[in-house]
Design a protein around this ligand. Structure first.
Ligand code: SF4
Length: 385
């Protein structure tokens, strides 16, 4: 009797991919994005996550062209030679058609496309680009696309991807070449990865391509410190127009060389994001952050609050004359509230916590020990708000 092998349907392939990219954030709220699916609200399709994109929150299909890979990153379920993974591969036509079908059905509003690497990064990149080309040309798709730039992709491929996509990402994985080598011995920081970030920055500057760029680090598997991670993040924000750094806490995967390492805590991930926002949006420098002797942030306290306890406890900020930068040092005051305070005080003196609350300060109790209102300390209470 001959045996017939029935090829899996695209839906079955997506089912096998599900979770493959759940731990790879793509939008502006990475901590929410990785949340486990709500048991009471089953997902209409595998591989769909709620992602906050520049165009708003939308269900995004996070998929891979293939889970076959010739690299051997120590932490990854898809590393070469791991036999416990059932590999799936989409052709560009198949992926584009699958996306078009579920997009027209109203199930998704965006695509995040990554891939394992077979026959080099530029071959994998071609398949990602071909898929996006088909979607844009054949299916006239105008919606959100986020494309992964592969290690080793060529300059023209990076340019083409940026023409097709709203966002591109290239993952550094480790904050230094040494950390990357310890995580992924077949990836080369200086030759395969970092120049692509420089190219993207250059293309944004010289050709005004609008695709933004993000990167991801695998945190905590190989002794990387918060200081290392935030130093490189700061450099990328300041010099290479990085839109966001993602800090993905390491989780051991069975049957990989790292299967017995401890998982990284969610608390560390949260503190890294908080510190990263201070660098990106609040005018902080990495030297301002409250690192401990081990070059890590304390996990039990928000880094901004830790700084305020140390530096503003005896020197509160007078909200009526502080600079915007000084206002941004106060816990609870973000860029919008700082701007609102600066605008409002041109017309009036701010004398009560209620004034700050009306200007957008939500967490009054957090801020009150660190501000002066017309020369007077603020009442240490929040019950009015
Ligand atoms: S390149 Fe590394 S991280 Fe990416 S799929 Fe291959 S083994 Fe996994």
């Amino acid at each position: 009797m001959p045996t017939f092998v029935v090829a899996p349907t695209p839906y079955e392939k997506l089912s096998l991919l599900d979770d493959a990219t759940r731990f790879e954030p793509a939008g502006s709220e990475p901590l929410l994005e990785k949340a486990a699916p709500n048991a009471h609200k089953p997902k209409p399709m595998p591989c769909i996550s709620e992602v906050t994109t520049p165009a708003g929150k939308k269900p995004v299909l996070k998929a891979m062209m293939t889970t076959a890979c010739e690299k051997n990153c120590y932490y990854c379920a898809f590393r070469a030679g791991r036999t416990q993974t059932q590999r799936v591969t989409f052709t560009p036509d198949e992926m584009a058609k699958t996306y078009d079908t579920i997009q027209r059905a109203g199930l998704v509003g965006g695509l995040f496309l990554s891939s394992g690497i077979i026959k080099g990064g530029s071959t994998a990149q071609d398949k990602i680009i071909d898929t996006a080309e088909i979607l844009r040309r054949k299916y006239s798709y105008r919606g959100y696309i986020h494309l992964k730039i592969m290690p080793g992709a060529e300059f023209e491929q990076v340019r083409r991807a940026m023409h097709l996509a709203d966002r591109v990402s290239i993952n550094l994985e480790g904050p230094t070449p040494q950390r990357l080598a310890a995580l992924a011995p077949k990836k080369d920081f200086w030759h395969e990865i970092f120049p692509r970030i420089q190219w993207i920055s250059q293309l944004r500057r010289t050709e005004h391509l609008r695709a933004s760029v993000v990167t991801q680090f695998v945190v905590g598997a190989v002794g990387d410190t918060d200081l290392e991670l935030l130093q490189v993040s700061e450099a990328l924000y300041q010099q290479h127009q990085l839109r966001r750094a993602y800090y993905s806490p390491f989780h051991p995967v069975e049957h990989t060389p790292f299967e017995n390492l401890a998982a990284t805590s969610d608390a560390r991930e949260l503190r890294l994001y908080q510190a990263s926002f201070l660098l990106r949006d609040y005018g902080w420098n990495v030297e301002d952050l409250p690192f401990g002797a081990d070059a890590n942030l304390p996990n039990h306290i928000d880094p901004k609050l830790a700084w305020a306890v140390e530096n503003l406890g005896n020197a509160p900020v007078e909200v009526n004359c502080a600079t915007r930068t000084e206002l941004l040092r106060v816990p609870g005051i973000g860029p919008k509230t700082a701007d609102a305070i600066v605008t409002a005080r041109r017309q009036t003196r701010l004398t009560e916590l209620g004034h700050l609350h009306a200007l957008g300060l939500r967490d009054v109790r957090r801020a009150s020990p660190y501000v002066l209102l017309n020369g007077r300390t603020a009442p240490q209470q929040s019950s009015l708000f």
